[in-house]
Ligand binder design. Sequence first.
Ligand code: DOR
Ligand code: ZN
Length: 347
Amino acid sequence: MPSPIDTLTLTRPDDWHLHVRDGEALTTVVPHTAAQFGRAVIMPNLKPPVTTAAQALAYRDRIAAAVPPGIAFEPLMTLYLTDNLPADEIARAKDAGVVALKLYPAGATTNSDAGVTDLRKTYRTLEAMQRAGLLLLVHGEVTSPDIDLFDREAVFIDQQLIPLRRDFPELKIVFEHITTREAAQYVQSAGPFTAATITAHHLLYNRNAIFLGGVRPHFYCLPVLKRELHRQALVDAATSGSPQFFLGTDSAPHPAHLKEHASGCAGCYTAHAAMELYAQAFDAAGALDKLEGFASFFGADFYGLPRNSGRITLRRETWMPPASFAFGAAELKPLASGEALQWRLQT
Ligand code: DOR
Ligand code: ZN
């Protein structure tokens, strides 16, 4: 039996899907991400949402101001697609260095009220994006109350994604935070202009985690965790070595009192130990050799950006992350708070 790998040195990874919020929250969460990743794609679902290039630039400056001195970290900005985002904003976005637009079906998740009610209304903007080479990042769930919550991603593929893919064959689409076998299979079959991000929590947990010994709101996110066969399909996709699957934490901080609530917010906070959590998932699958492509290469390649040049090192070590972090005047409780982790980032 070969002895297990105890040290992993990787090209500095990137997080291709991240929520950092705004204001005081930035000072808690941005340093966590900047300690691990070279770049992160920043979600635009603020209140109000980021819908113009000028807003994205101002938000980028606020994030940059929260990066600790001496750390090189680049926030990659996105705009929030709405029914009436004008097509001529796309050229301004491109000039400002915005990399993508985010499609939230209206009402699908946190701060998605301004989202798209009918994809047809966005077609002129999507045409401009396809021409300019901006990516479309998709929250892939239908919102109809008639569709079971656990089926909303699979139904989205048939009702929305397949027609969209057909109508914009060269638009780069990232199916974000996929959670089902159907989504993994769809991406594999959809050709080189389609990719997907996968979170650490969807690789590590199935839906039992939400109900283990009582309702556990810190495991509640959207799309919601699915049954074990889906988790296994995601692990297979992430560890397959296919460049169509790459890292996106969807780390989504909420104050603890709004998660531990009668209608608790959706979102798992994982930025404090993101690479440690992914390493745990890849290790459990016997696929640590596949982590660097997933975390450090395939996302940059799909976005058409250079790969990072720095490195990070993870060591096998049992340690306990803090149970909570200060979050403005509130508390932020990370995923699996109080559980030990098996890998640790070396600083
Ligand atoms: O769980 C989630 N939280 N899913 C999303 O799509 C949004 C995110 C958030 O912003 O909190
Ligand atoms: Zn998200």
